[in-house]
Design a protein around this ligand. Structure first.
Ligand SMILES: *Cc1c(COP(=O)(O)O)cnc(C)c1O
Length: 376
């Protein structure tokens, strides 16, 4: 039996786009345009103009986008790269796969990197920082960029959860216009995993950058270091953005802004419906610096596991992300990091259903169930 409110609902979105998606797939099957064809080039162009960056290079996942960006930036053995433990594991994996050492710092109240902890955790070996714009909210970029300029650190943004999210600097000497996630760092990394805001029907990712050399290096790494059909100029990988996925993403791209608006609308409904509930802490609201896109809607909840079980019994699927904090996973060798707030979050956070196809009455039902659980 399907839940009253499933956590994701891919078929519902497909139905609204069926004609265009089917036509794109049929066209590719009939023409045999499978690897690195026009659809990939079109998608890279679409994303570059959306983000306002010069170059976008497709990859086969967000994880590879991170790995290739770090390698293109010259990160390797002996270097340290700082990020958070409160992220999806790929951020930390990417650092590891470059041969570098991850340095993990705390999350702050809005679930993104606590900028107060950055400078004290730096060492002479720290070369780069990966801010993770978690749940569709950008990190406090003014603080981070100021530190990065002063300490000469490379910024690679993990924007996998933040396509379309924006930040506006309040620093009088800087550009104070709204700028999108992925356009602030030396490179910005995106994932189009199906559950992401813009989701492929499989894996896909991309790197955004204004740096021609980074773009070129990522391109080589993603395709066997092939500069042309006869020239191999690097040791690379098979990590191209698939042409089918690119064609699907091009169809979906046209709906991105309307989907972001709908997510924000749903977030306002949750916020309004739950604002009186004393047992949950709502996500940070956007302020004059942040335009949040609500990749996820995440609460801090008392008796979190009981709440999740109660919601499940009532047909509402939720997600509990990493009940064991990543730095406590025994196999990873990261347990020397002491991050009490991250550990507390692992016990408290719960993601409610959040996707544009949710109907208002489903959102109201989720709110009612949460309130019923706490009898508030
Ligand atoms: C999804 C995600 C990734 C990795 O993306 P894949 O495409 O699944 O490899 C990286 N970082 C964060 C924060 C993510 O949410």
């Amino acid at each position: 039996m399907q839940s009253k409110v499933p956590f994701v609902n891919y078929p519902r979105q497909y139905k609204t786009l069926q004609k265009e998606i089917d036509a794109a797939i049929k066209r590719i099957l009939e023409t045999g345009e499978l690897i690195l064809r026009q659809d990939v080039a079109d998608f890279e162009q679409n994303l570059a103009s959306f983000l306002g960056v010069k170059y976008v290079q497709g990859t086969n996942s967000g994880t590879d986008a991170l790995i290739f960006s770090l390698r293109a930036a010259g990160i390797g053995p002996g270097d340290e790269v700082m990020t958070v433990s409160h992220t999806f594991f790929a951020t930390i994996e990417a650092i590891h796969h470059c041969g570098a050492t991850p340095i993990l710092v705390e999350a702050g109240e809005d679930f993104t990197m606590d900028m107060d902890r950055v400078e004290i955790a730096l060492t002479p070996k720290t070369k780069a920082i990966i801010p993770v714009h978690l749940n569709g909210r950008m990190c406090e970029m003014d603080r981070l960029l100021e530190i990065a300029h002063r300490q000469q650190l490379i910024i690679i943004e993990d924007a996998a959860q933040a396509l379309g999210s924006q930040y506006r600097s309040g620093n009088p000497g800087w550009d104070q216009s709204w700028r999108k996630a992925g356009s602030y760092g030396l490179a910005g990394c995106f994932s189009f995993y199906p559950a992401k805001l813009l989701g492929a029907y499989g894996d896909a990712g991309a790197v955004a950058t204004n740096d021609e050399k980074i773009a070129e290096k990522v391109k080589l790494l993603s395709n066997h270091g092939m500069k042309s059909k006869t020239e191999f100029v690097d040791y690379g990988f098979t990590s191209r953005l698939d042409n089918f996925q690119a064609a699907i993403l091009n169809v979906k791209f046209k709906h991105l802004l309307e989907w972001i608006e709908r997510r924000r609308e749903i977030a306002w409904m949750y916020n309004a419906g739950l604002s009186e509930a004393a047992s949950v802490v709502l996500p940070y609201f956007p302020d004059e610096r942040h335009f949040d896109v609500y990749q996820n809607y995440v609460l801090k909840a008392q008796n979190r596991d009981e709440l999740a079980a109660f919601l499940k019994e009532n047909g509402v699927e939720t997600l509990i992300k990493d009940p064991i904090p990543l730095h406590h996973q025994p196999a990873l060798g990261l347990s020397h990091f002491k991050l009490p707030y991250t550990e507390q979050l692992a016990k408290e956070v719960i993601s409610l259903p959040m996707y544009p196809e949710l109907a208002n009455d489903q959102v109201e039902y989720v709110i009612k169930c949460v309130k019923d659980f706490y009898q508030e």
